[in-house]
Design a protein around this ligand. Structure first.
Ligand code: NAD
Ligand code: GLY
Length: 365
């Protein structure tokens, strides 16, 4: 069974196809622009599992299908790795009509999207996400980029794909830890937009963790619907789209502070949501029962709920320093996505003293 979620962005509109076996079905790619060359960008883990399958399907439509294999890991989401994509495109005489296919998780998707945005000032690209996190979040909405040693995702572009293909079969080979990481980005949609979905997650979290195909299909579909609804109103994050960063301000500090790749992005976001919920409570926006409920679900998803110590001498100071390098910060003031009553998010600054207390509490819980 195939579900289509549409993302409405004028001439940049596209569909997100969700279903089992989509990668092997030539009909999935039938609406793409006519071109003779396709380049599949993947990594050393995903390519051996799925590149041949995708290349075989694409061979029905493209005369030549190249494969570029990147090293695997968040620590390789860098200029150096990005440049290897450009090297391959130039060595293979790829022109402006060449279509790039991002086959992998969010790291491959973000880097391939950025390469597509900038190669010859823009070539078409397709997201073929193979992690739960990428299927429910990173492949949708056109945020592309790489990390900088001083901040996560600090260099990049908004650049929409032509199509997103969520082949649910790929989730079967995903390690349990990565399923949990994906659940973090799924859970986030509840408190910010849809408490009915949150309730559904509370009763299906174990099914999702054990790979129940029906539950996973619904979770991917509902997440993509919510994300498409948000991005359709605010493509370039002038306002509303920032709510999708619930948990990310603290989470990005954890990732950068520990060193990229130590905690998975989804793990950092899961713990970051616990911290943001505590901050929401400290500012009088939600009651403690809500904080406990969210913490319970994040823990049930197999995610960490205790924040790591980033600096033995001035831990809160280290978090504050890292959180200042955040795209939501204005003139050095850190702004947080907080929960303003279950199901509704807001963006707010907070006194450093309150943030320090929350960090101290969450790091010692
Ligand atoms: P990832 O891309 O590192 O993938 C996780 C791991 O799973 C990797 O080792 C990968 O090789 C492996 N893998 C991928 N698919 C597999 C499969 N089907 N079977 C077995 N192994 C598989 O991590 P991720 O969690 O997918 O993405 C995290 C990245 O996404 C971060 O860099 C984050 O900043 C970014 N992100 C971007 C957005 C956005 O809107 N662009 C949103 C959220 C996250
Ligand atoms: N993952 C946050 C966003 O796409 O805006």
């Amino acid at each position: 069974m195939r579900h289509t979620v549409s993302i409405a962005l004028d001439d940049r509109s596209y569909s997100i196809e969700i279903g089992a076996g989509l990668m092997s079905d030539p009909a999935t790619f039938a609406g793409l622009p006519q071109a003779s060359v396709a380049v599949v960008v993947s990594n050393a883990t995903v390519a051996p599992l799925y590149a041949q399958r995708l290349q075989h399907t694409l061979a029905a439509r493209f005369k030549t299908v190249h494969l570029v294999t990147l090293p695997d890991g968040e620590q390789f989401k860098t200029w150096e790795t990005l440049n290897t994509i450009f090297d391959a495109l130039l060595q293979n005489n790829c022109d402006r009509k060449t279509v790039l296919f991002a086959l992998g998780g969010g790291v491959v998707g973000d880097m391939t999207g950025f390469a597509a945005a900038s190669y010859m000032r823009g070539v078409p690209f397709v997201q073929v996400p193979t992690t739960l996190l990428a299927q429910v979040d990173s492949s949708v909405g056109g945020k592309t980029g790489i990390n900088h040693p001083l901040g996560k995702n600090m260099v990049g572009a908004f650049y929409q794909p032509q199509l997103v293909v969520c082949d649910l079969d790929t989730l079967q080979t995903l390690p349990a830890r990565e399923i949990s990481a994906g659940l973090a980005e799924i859970i986030k949609y509840g408190p910010i937009a849809d408490m009915a979905f949150f309730e559904w997650l509370e009763s299906h979290v174990h099914a999702l963790r054990s790979g129940d195909a029906k539950a996973l299909a619904y979770a991917v579909q509902r997440s993509c619907e919510i994300k498409a609804w948000v991005v359709g109103q605010d493509e370039r994050e002038a306002g509303l789209r920032a709510i999708l960063n619930f948990g990310h301000t603290f989470g990005h500090a954890i990732e950068a502070g520990l060193g990229y790749g130590k905690w998975l992005h989804g793990e950092a976001v899961g713990c970051g949501m616990v911290m943001a919920a505590h901050l929401s409570h400290a500012l009088g926006l939600v009651d403690s029962a809500f904080v406990e409920r969210l913490t319970r679900l994040i823990s049930a998803a197999g995610l960490p709920i205790q924040a790591p110590v980033l600096d033995g001498k001035d831990n809160a100071g280290k978090y504050l320093e890292l959180m200042q390098v955040d795209k939501k910060a204005h003139a050095g003031e850190i702004r947080f996505i907080l929960i303003d009553g279950p199901g509704k998010a807001c963006i707010r600054a907070a006194d450093a003293s309150v943030v320090r207390q929350v960090i101290a509490r969450c790091c010692s819980a």
